[in-house]
Design a binder for this molecule. Structure first.
Ligand code: HEC
Ligand code: HEC
Length: 192
């Protein structure tokens, strides 16, 4: 490799890092590409049981990564990803994905179901915790624009108590929801 080539290559790499930083305001962590292989918005139509991380609250994601590692939350695909993850990597990856712009949702919600979902959300006071428009805050996740299949899966798992890392908040709320309520709520939240 000639010195000039090396200089050009390192300048290119440096500017790629700079532009990624400029986009998100956060340096790109080493493992981010691995995560994006599944979590990237492009993959969502075919793999929508995988959640969108872009724009999710950092605090919530750190808690989930810790819970997966400690076995408080379990998923055969996601759990192995955190096996050797350090606390610092969890913080960096969460800050990075939180700083990314949430993609425009491609799912077309059913207007009638979405209307019933909104009524149910109002009646159940979901936004007392999740904030208006399900925007999320701190350890309470953003659900607005999340993938339809993923939302249905999580609410069903809270209801069935196969996901119980929520300190009781979601398992108690979802125990009152029917399968139809869950479908309606998902049609509503996916379009926010
Ligand atoms: C092979 C696919 C795959 C890869 C690679 C992957 N994940 Fe996941 N991830 C999933 C699936 C599937 C879920 C949903 C699990 C469930 O249904 O409970 C998930 C869930 C999550 C959640 C919880 C989100 C929420 O809304 O509750 C976080 C945070 C997360 N992943 C972060 C990461 C990070 C950081 C990486 C990179 C180190 C990563 N994932 C790599 C498939 C993957
Ligand atoms: C008492 C506060 C509270 C109320 C009320 C509440 N939530 Fe939650 N919700 C939470 C918390 C906290 C979590 C994250 C739990 C965890 O850490 O695993 C959560 C998680 C979720 C998730 C999973 C998100 C993800 O990315 O995995 C969905 C979907 C959800 N809530 C929807 C709802 C809906 C719909 C309602 C109303 C019917 C509702 N929530 C009412 C606090 C609440």
């Amino acid at each position: 490799m000639t010195p000039s080539f090396r200089m050009v290559a390192s300048t290119l790499m440096f500017s790629a890092v700079l532009s990624a930083q400029a986009q998100t305001g956060t340096p790109v962590p080493a493992k981010a590409a691995l995560c994006a292989a599944c979590h990237d918005a492009q993959a969502r139509s075919s793999q929508s049981v995988i959640p969108i991380l872009a724009g999710q609250t950092a605090r919530y994601m750190v808690l989930q990564l810790r819970d997966f590692q400690a076995g408080r939350r379990s998923n055969e695909v996601m759990s192995p990803m955190v096996a050797d993850m350090t606390r610092e990597e969890m913080n960096e990856l969460s800050a990075y994905f939180a700083g990314q712009k949430a993609p425009v949702q491609g799912f077309v919600a059913d207007a009638g179901k979405a209307r019933l979902g909104k009524l149910k959300a109002d009646e159940t006071l979901c936004t007392m915790c999740h904030l208006g428009g399900f925007a999320g805050q701190n350890e309470v996740p953003r659900v607005a624009g999340q993938n339809y299949e993923y939302i249905v899966k999580q609410l069903s798992e809270f209801k069935a108590r196969t996901r119980t890392n929520d300190a009781g908040s979601m398992t108690s709320v979802s125990s009152t929801l029917s399968a139809q309520d869950i479908e309606n709520l998902a049609h509503y939240m996916v379009g926010l």
